[in-house]
Ligand binder design. Structure first.
Ligand code: FMN
Length: 171
């Protein structure tokens, strides 16, 4: 039986991790949008990774529906550098307790480059930025977010795939 890494990535960070993981495990790799539901039976082990935008993991709803009877490995890639409370928030807003217990979840730190953002997201972020800039007593988090508008952050590093690769190897 075959194994595959499926990814959904807008800005490339989730894809970067998917390609490192697939290379390390010698598994197939494919964009989730090019994967068909009736192919699931051909694969023994599956990893699904996607980026987090406005709190939500991209295409996760569809993946959870497709894999409701087959446990898979799921990773989220978002803008924080392994901040525990942000990872908990991602888990709580995207999964039920049963889903988290059924599948295996990992978090991989991505990054944000606001200059690459286009369209509706850009408009929303500009409104958000203006509101935040006007705020008087900014928290450390808010200051860091504002800094991010001018200084891109990037926490992507191959070392972060160690736990997910170790877990997949012992399946
Ligand atoms: C419009 C937008 C919204 C985002 N919202 C969140 C968020 O709610 N929480 C978070 O931790 N990161 C957030 N991020 C950061 C992304 O998750 C991060 O850029 C990640 O690397 C995206 O994966 P990708 O490069 O594969 O597209 C956001 C980024 C953008 C561009």
């Amino acid at each position: 039986m075959k194994n595959i890494v499926l990814y959904k990535s807008k800005y490339g960070n989730t894809y970067q991790y998917a390609s490192w993981i697939a290379e390390e495990l010698n598994w197939e790799i494919r964009d989730f949008s090019k994967f068909k539901k009736n192919e699931i039976k051909n694969y023994q082990n599956i990893i699904f990774g996607s980026g987090v935008y406005m709190g939500k993991m991209n295409k996760l709803k569809k993946a959870l529906n497709w894999f409701k009877d087959k446990p898979i490995i799921i990773y989220a890639c978002a803008g924080n550098n392994n901040v525990e409370k942000d990872i908990e928030h991602i888990k709580n807003t995207n999964f039920t307790e049963q889903q988290i217990a059924f599948h295996k979840f990992f978090y991989l730190p991505g990054g944000v480059d606001f200059t690459k953002i286009k369209g509706i997201f850009k408009m929303m972020l500009n409104v958000f930025r203006k509101i935040m800039e006007k705020k008087k007593d900014k928290t450390a988090d808010e200051k860091a977010i504002l800094e991010g508008f001018t200084n891109p952050t990037n926490f992507v590093d191959k070392k972060h795939i160690e736990s997910i690769v170790a877990y997949a190897k012992q399946l």
